[in-house]
Ligand binder design. Structure first.
Ligand SMILES: C[S@@+](CC[C@H](N)C(=O)[O-])C[C@H]1O[C@@H](n2cnc3c(N)ncnc32)[C@H](O)[C@@H]1O
Length: 299
């Protein structure tokens, strides 16, 4: 019995215990793209909020199911849930819909014939984004543009030196800027999102770089880095969560050696000053523009 599980649905949906995790946001999980067509008996998908990435995940899950296999999908009503039924019907399948705990839930038994599967997979697939000239994929943070906060960091940061890391590197927007300094000896690109790391691998071709699909909060910290750049995440499962950025600050301090420097950009309203001051010896605001603030913090 092969059951697939995408993400972490709330317990009220009774997620399967013995299942193959396929979410790109859970390090170590199996890519849904790699699951053989028609091989799974069932799939539970905690559907992601972006339209293209959601339709992509639903199409991949339907493709992975055996004929007669059961697809069980749920999403918060205001984060795609109210569109689920129509999106699934567009694949030519019959959909049973119910509401529970502010979510919509749809159940589909995979028929023999479906429509629009390949198109949805193509629309959500990795690609070289025109204008950005970088590989990316719907679902990756700011997937088809350069984030304004990252741009502020890129424009302000001086030439760095030694060994460093980009915590939450996305598709690698900051790496090129950091690697422009010839005295940077090593750069670790770390992100929770497999799609971001796969894109970064294609975008950043430099022997000084290594790639890690990992949760920054649980990395082993040796305290040996000279610099860290980060535009930390501030959403967890769609809701704003300042604790993520605060955890990134504590982890950056643990990963840096004495005298090491953190460059952190954040939306102005996020309260990071107290955490920076608690973890670092010297903190200054290096820029404040366009709704973002950029800090330099020395350990
Ligand atoms: C604000 S974005 C910045 C992305 C990239 N630096 C850029 O400028 O486009 C934050 C990144 O952190 C990643 N992320 C979120 N939670 C994480 C975690 N716990 N560990 C590692 N990366 C995480 C997200 O996938 C996202 O790519």
């Amino acid at each position: 019995m092969t059951t697939l599980l995408y993400g972490r649905p709330p317990a009220v949906f009774d997620p399967p215990g013995e299942a193959t995790q396929v979410s790109p946001l859970i390090p170590g999980s199996t890519p849904l793209e790699d699951v053989a067509e028609g091989s799974a008996d069932g799939a539970m998908i905690y559907a992601p909020p972006g339209v293209l990435e959601r339709r992509y995940a639903l199409a991949l899950a339907l493709r992975a199911l055996k004929v007669g296999g059961r697809l069980d999908v749920m999403a918060p009503k205001d984060k795609g849930g109210s569109r689920l039924k129509k999106e699934l019907q567009a694949f030519g399948v019959e959909v049973g819909e119910s509401a529970k705990a502010h979510h919509r839930r749809c159940v589909v038994i995979r028929p023999e014939m479906m429509t629009g599967i390949d198109e949805a997979i193509e629309a959500g697939a990795p690609r070289l984004v025109e204008g950005l000239e970088a590989w990316s994929q719907p679902g990756v943070f700011a997937w088809d543009r350069i984030d304004a906060g990252s741009l502020l960091l890129a424009r302000t940061v001086p030439a760095l030196k030694g060994a460093g890391a980009d915590l939450g590197c996305g598709y690698g927007a900051l790496a090129t800027v950091v690697l422009g300094s010839p005295v940077v000896t090593a750069l670790r690109l770390i992100d929770l999102d497999r799609r971001a790391i796969e894109a970064a691998r294609k975008n950043v071709d430099d022997p000084r770089v290594s790639f890690e699909w990992a949760d920054v909060r649980t990395l082993e910290a040796v305290g040996d880095l000279d610099f860290i750049v980060t535009n930390p995440p501030f959403h967890d499962g769609g809701a704003e969560d300042k604790r993520l950025g605060q955890a990134f600050i504590r982890q950056a301090a643990a990963m840096l050696g004495k005298g090491g420097v953190l460059w952190l950009v954040a939306n102005r309203h996020l309260p990071y000053e107290a955490d920076l001051n608690a973890a670092f010896k010297r903190v200054r605001m290096a820029a404040d523009a366009g709704g973002y603030k950029l800090f330099e913090a020395v350990k």
